[in-house]
Design a protein around this ligand. Sequence first.
Ligand code: ADP
Ligand code: MG
Length: 238
Amino acid sequence: MHNPLLQLENVTKRFGGVTAVEGITISVFIRELRCIIGPNGAGKSTLFRLITGVYPPTAGEIFYNGYDITSVPTFERARRGISMKFQTPMVYYDRTVGQNLLIALQRYHDLGKAGKMAMDIMKRFGIADAAGKPAGEVSHGYRQWLEICMAVAANPELLLLDEPTAGMSEEETARTAELIHRLNDLGMTILVIDHDMEFVRRLNCDLTVLHLGKFFAQGSLAEIQAHDGVRDIYLGKK
Ligand code: ADP
Ligand code: MG
């Protein structure tokens, strides 16, 4: 697990006068599962958008599989294996769960194959019973799982999940952690943004902490919980 799949070198993103991400240098290793945490406004979602190419960085470089992808467009990064579930829902509420997934899969496969894959994926994720229901009418947890399925449709090498448990019950959160472990066991490298500490504990992986756009700390959950500075930023003392 010593080859970095993703490397950010001194990456900065400014929006006018706001510095959302400042001088971040991190490496993510092949098959790694990592959580990104930090108070609201820390720059977590912006970091993901820089990795997927939604935004170009103001400064710095991004390397993927050893190649400089800093100027590579989003669709090309997706083709190379980077996929993301956004923080805000990206599903069509009036289409069924099955149709939404089919739309995602049809970007990569013909209709026959996409249809078969949609069923397989929904079964694997335990949402097949909702296949025929409009996405706007299923529970929040199902909608989140549908979105993870859609992000997985491309069979990515690097999967980015921005707050996948938002609005989920404790039981749904636990299941999401299991699903993420299963994908990671299949060889997917996964970065997860979340605040829910119980969920983070279940993911049982290293954490990177951001604060005010900057790298703040990194380590196991136990190390991060014992870190005075991290406690202070969550309590608003820094
Ligand atoms: P987080 O996901 O950690 O809560 P964000 O990455 O969403 O943080 O935001 C970091 C900072 O950048 C915030 O101050 C936010 O207001 C600002 N920001 C994010 N996106 C934009 C944008 N498109 N335009 C202007 N400011 C933005
Ligand atoms: Mg965010």
